[in-house]
Design a protein around this ligand. Sequence first.
Ligand SMILES: C[S@@+](CC[C@H](N)C(=O)[O-])C[C@H]1O[C@@H](n2cnc3c(N)ncnc32)[C@H](O)[C@@H]1O
Length: 259
Amino acid sequence: MPVWDPARYLQFADDRARPFLDLIEQIPTKPDSIVDLGCGPGHLTRHLRARWPDAEVLGIDSSTEMIERAIADNTDHFANYDVGDVADWVPHRPVDLFLSNAAFQWVPNQFEVITRLLGHLSDTGSVAIQVPDNSDSAAHQALVDLADRPAYRDALSEVRRLPRIDPHEYLAFFAGKGLEVNAWSTTYLHVLHEPDPVFDWISGTGARPYLEALDDDLRAAFEDDLRALLTEAYPAQDYGTVFPFRRTFAVATLSALGR
Ligand SMILES: C[S@@+](CC[C@H](N)C(=O)[O-])C[C@H]1O[C@@H](n2cnc3c(N)ncnc32)[C@H](O)[C@@H]1O
């Protein structure tokens, strides 16, 4: 697992918040208990609170750095944060909403993990998931191509490539388990204004496993090469640098079936 840097991750907080908002907008139930799986630095909890003022919220994340930041910034008395790995974390009681934004792509065997978690869903519960679906983007291609260059190949051979997850996969998975499913895909055109914005964006997320697998010298060279490829792939326009980002969404609910 990559080590997470909350400050770097929060650099594009507004752009990254948009899919979270679009996800929770589609949740049809009124949960009393919400577990945010892979909650990160906890900055999105206020949106849950705005939508469900009385809900108890628990954020779980495997990164100590992220949870420390979430606890330090927390001003919500009904929100708690704890370190835990989604792969084996177990709630103490049934949960009304399992929510996960931009985290399950990091979880190997995610469908086994979600199957286990469904056993902890309350009778009127929902699961809402958003994952990036941009592994065919120029940014990811740049990482894969660089990792295959002789200079980096040995050091990066073990880095796990993130899977492509099409909304159809979630639809078939949840519908096959008898849940009612709303699944869709959205491509966001983020318009970024900083220098090297795509480099900065992916350094906070998808590029982390690559950067962390390299020693300092190789990492510096890799970063220079990556910046050059990304500048070519995402040229700055007068109005900013456009970073297209496709994401997969699924909201699955038991309540719609009256269970
Ligand atoms: C891209 S961040 C998303 C954070 C937050 N959900 C958001 O939308 O801003 C991914 C988060 O997933 C967490 N994560 C990755 N694998 C995990 C696992 N197996 N269990 C718990 N958290 C995990 C990471 O530590 C990181 O904080």
